[in-house]
Unconditional design. Structure first.
Length: 486
């Protein structure tokens, strides 16, 4: 009798490596189903990003009349924890547990932070909207509660993502670690797209009560998916626990010093900072721009996040093909930054007569450039790391990226309000503050292109210097590999 279930599973397994980027990282010991289940933590992180950056920031600015600068500062509050991502990754490397667990305790702590933030947010929105019995509550309570909720969700997402990526690299061999991290980020984008579509459908008939229901549902789904992601991923090992107790871990400052002194490391982090700032500053303004300038509804602007993430997902897919064929991550990062420049130009043109079509096209193009740039810089960071510093490299990359994105979000919101409320600009057009911020982002992308060109030109010199150093060294394996610039 024909086994339809076995046939379907075999077909899905054969389709995965062909159409899902990085799916070929799966092995018999670590099947694709296990990796995809682990990647659910990235889905919850993507859901949090969509809800905070996509939906709540537009609702608070447009519907609740909260100043964009204040909302931007709230979105940037997790920036306080962003530089600690490298430390979090290092702590999970050397964590001592009676059962030998290193990663799971940190993922669970981050999940609790996320849930706590989502639990507080509905009460903040009730106060800000004056809904029901909250009509007489002081407004400062709503603002401070919203800030605390943003802080908790952001801090939890940083912890879950950093340690979850480290756990993913633990499951595969050394050669497959960059690919498995890439797979995790593809699933982050998939989570963002799906969450944006679901939230957009649920908020078609917007009301404060409906938004609160969506947030409460997101809190429950976050805990459920993270628990499923962690289940039986990290084996309990008492022998490893005994070894942990006896081993004296390397202090973080020493580990960081060894990492950052590698050839091209500092300049690579500068490139990541410039490009991430250039792409990330628009996150807080795209949805309000669509609502205030182009007249989009709450549901339409929420779906913009899906459009942006979809373009980024395409960029990740293209990057995986090119890098898998031996392409240079630095050259691919340069291409991504260059693509972002006309993307932001199209967004600016939409308010100058281009209309919604130019805005949507610019959003997709910008997402494509961000995907190419992000994947390329992630791969370059992983390839530049020594064999015993992959986790620290992930933390450093995440810390620089999150810090730059947070600074970009805060700066964009503050700049928008300062320009709009300037005494000498009483007759300023509504789209002018947004367009000035978009032009600043173009400048940062141009700077990222220049930095990448310098890295490409100096890469071969550093590589030759590294080769000479290795030939004269008694212990070449202890040195980090240079950033390749073929």
């Amino acid at each position: 009798m024909f086994d339809y279930r076995d046939f379907a599973l075999r077909r899905l397994a054969s389709l995965g490596p062909r159409y899902l980027p990085f799916a070929d990282v799966a092995t018999d010991a670590v099947p694709l189903s296990r990796l995809l289940r682990l990647s659910l933590f990235q889905v919850t992180v993507g859901m949090a990003v969509v809800l905070l950056v996509g939906t709540l920031n537009r609702v608070m600015i447009v519907e609740l009349n909260v100043p964009a600068s204040l909302v931007a500062v709230m979105l940037a509050l997790p920036l306080v924890f962003a530089p600690l991502r490298a430390l979090i990754g290092h702590k999970s490397d050397v964590h001592v547990s009676a059962l030998g667990l290193r990663r799971v305790p940190f993922i669970w702590k981050g999940t609790l932070y996320q849930f706590g933030g989502f639990a507080i947010m509905p009460f903040a929105l009730l106060v800000l909207s004056g809904y029901g019995e909250a009509v007489d509550a002081p407004r400062w309570i709503g603002l401070s509660s919203a800030a605390l909720a943003f802080l908790l969700v952001g801090a939890g997402a940083h912890m879950v993502q950093t340690v979850g990526l480290a756990l993913a690299t633990d499951l595969v061999d050394e050669e497959s670690q960059p690919n498995v991290v890439g797979l995790m980020y593809v699933m982050l984008l998939v989570g963002m797209v799906l969450s944006a579509l679901v939230f957009g459908a649920l908020l078609e008939n917007y009301s404060p009560g409906r938004l609160i229901q969506v947030i409460q549902g997101a809190a429950v789904v976050t805990v459920a998916l993270n628990l499923l992601a962690m289940w039986k991923q990290e084996a309990r090992d008492r022998v490893r626990a005994q070894q942990m107790a006896k081993t004296r871990p390397l202090p973080f400052r020493h580990a960081w010093g060894d990492f950052i002194k590698g050839p091209g490391k500092l300049w690579l982090l500068v490139v990541i900072a410039l490009g991430t700032f250039g792409f990330g500053a628009a996150d807080v303004l795209l949805e309000p721009y669509g609502g205030q300038i182009l007249g989009f509804s709450v549901a339409d602007t929420t779906k913009l996040t899906a459009l942006l993430a979809g373009g980024t997902l395409i960029g990740f897919g293209v990057a995986s093909r090119l890098l898998g064929a031996g392409g240079s991550p630095e050259k691919l990062g340069l291409l991504g930054a260059m693509i972002g420049i006309p993307g932001f130009a199209a967004i600016i043109a939409s308010s100058l007569g281009g209309g919604p079509l130019w805005f949507l096209a610019g959003t997709v193009i910008t997402g494509l450039g961000a995907g190419l740039f992000g994947h390329a810089m992630l791969t370059a960071t992983m390839r530049s790391a020594a064999r015993n510093q992959i986790g620290l490299a992930l933390g450093a990359w995440g810390a620089v990226q999150a810090t730059s994105a947070g600074l970009g979000v805060a700066a964009a919101g503050i700049a928008r309000d300062l320009i709009l409320n300037a005494p000498s600009q009483t007759s300023i057009s509504a789209h002018t503050p947004y367009n000035i911020v978009f032009m600043v982002e173009i400048v940062f992308l141009i700077l990222a292109c220049g930095a990448l060109l310098y890295l490409l030109v100096g890469g071969k010199t550093a590589q030759r210097s590294r080769k000479n150093s290795v030939e004269g060294s008694a212990a070449p394996d202890l040195q980090a590999k240079p950033v390749e610039a073929s």
